[in-house]
Design a protein around this ligand. Structure first.
Ligand code: AMP
Length: 399
């Protein structure tokens, strides 16, 4: 069974073709700069070099056409005919309260996703364009939507209601939703497997630390709280996003800098975070290098980041009434031994003991706590595409 997984952004489109009988990636690629000058598709068949084609890609429809063409190519393709493709799975960012699990896409689901556009104005329109482009190119191929918000739908009201007039929740759906759900689900499940313990008996804090970052409390396999909120701006410090701040700052900065609310929102999303504090870069690799050179604001950015994650770990241990494991994942979590060490430092009182030599790894599954640590610390590379492919397989009738 061959399944295509698609992750559409506003000007990009990532894809992976899976052989789901063996759970293997046959080909993957990236369509970049859709609708912008210099657009291109980078396609890689597993085991071969990448093939890059620069061509005009005015919209997602043309992007999908090029993906199909690449997958059918005689030399670097991975499908002999389109009939081999069983289904397409899409990453969709926001499903509001409408879906707590993945679904087969039909007209009703599309209408529901369109209703969620005000909740994710940057992401959902791109996801919808991707689904519409596939529907047009492959009208008979079933499609499945896998939502970033779905895993967090198990949060209790006490964790998702904000201290604003309740009518805003009733009228506009103002509440905490949480994101990166597919990743938190995958790494918590994988951590339980690695530890050889049933997830129903575990209290886990999962730290998805990438360009966007979120921390989640997973009790008995279910999300019970998460650091991102109504939007992916809340929570820990990110590449360019500010994370948790005093909400009164929005009015203060708007008034003093003579900016509109929209401009302040854009600043908090694009000019804050690690970039904002360091003034150097949003990429943690640059910050680690600058900190090593003694650059004080890069050192401070690392401290603010790890202090914030540490506080969430403590808060979620309290929320769950205990803690069995802490999991690090995504670009920073999988690769930065520095951030992991700075985060865990001082948490020994909770039973969290990092083994410094085991921590000296990147990008692979590992238990990095000491043998005697009460709470296990793990690195688990995330694989959101595999979860999407599995859900798509589960929701598609066999051939
Ligand atoms: P993601 O959003 O999960 O792709 O993560 C991207 C981020 O991971 C980048 O912006 C980097 O800050 C960080 N990252 C990737 N590789 C490394 C590395 N080797 N060391 C430290 N940070 C890294």
């Amino acid at each position: 069974m061959k399944i295509l997984v698609i992750n559409c952004g506003s000007s990009s489109l990532k894809y992976q073709l899976f052989d789901m009988d063996r759970e293997q990636v046959l080909a993957k690629g990236l369509v970049e700069r859709i609708g912008i000058e210099g657009s291109r598709i980078k396609h890689t068949k597993t085991g071969q070099d990448a093939v890059v084609t620069e061509t005009a890609i005015p919209d997602h429809k043309e992007g999908i056409r090029l993906v199909i063409e690449a997958l059918l190519d005689k030399s670097h393709g991975a499908l002999s005919s389109l009939g081999e493709l069983t289904a397409v799975g899409h990453r969709v960012v926001h499903a509001g309260e409408k879906f707590a699990a993945s679904v087969r896409i039909d007209a009703k689901v599309m209408a529901a996703l369109k209703e969620c556009v005000p909740l994710a104005p940057l992401h959902n329109p791109a996801n919808i364009m991707g689904i519409e482009a596939v529907t047009e190119a492959l009208p008979n191929v079933p499609q499945v939507g896998v939502f970033d918000t779905a895993f967090h739908q198990t949060m209790p009201e006490s964790a998702f209601i904000y201290g604003v007039p309740y009518g805003y929740y009733e009228k506009y759906g103002v509440r905490r939703y949480g994101f990166h759900g597919t990743s938190h689900y995958y790494v918590s499940k994988r951590a339980a497997e690695i530890l050889g313990r049933p997830i129903e008996k575990l209290k886990i804090v999962t730290c998805h630390l990438g360009n966007g970052s979120s921390v989640t409390a997973v009790r008995e396999g279910k999300s019970v709280d998460t650091s991102m909120g109504f939007t992916p701006l809340a929570g820990v410090l990110m590449g360019t996003r500010c994370g948790d701040i005093d909400p009164a700052l929005v009015a203060f900065i708007a008034e003093t800098e003579k900016l509109s609310v929209k401009e302040v929102d854009s600043m908090l999303n694009k000019k804050g975070g690690i970039l904002g504090i360091s003034g150097v870069s949003s990429d943690l690799r640059d910050i680690e290098e600058a900190a090593k050179r003694g650059e004080p604001r890069s050192k401070l950015a690392l401290q603010v980041l790890s202090y914030g994650i540490k506080k969430y770990i403590g808060a979620y241990a309290a929320a769950m009434g205990g803690l069995d494991a802490v999991v690090f994942t995504a670009g920073v979590g999988e690769n930065s031994s520095t951030v992991r060490a700075m985060t865990c430092e001082g948490l020994e009182f909770l039973g969290i003991e990092l083994d410094r030599s085991k921590n000296d790894i990147r990008g692979k599954e590992a238990v990095i706590s000491t043998d005697t640590s009460k709470v296990k610390i793990l690195v688990v590379p995330t694989d959101e595409e595999l979860v999407i492919a599995r859900d798509t397989k589960r929701l598609t009738p066999g051939p």
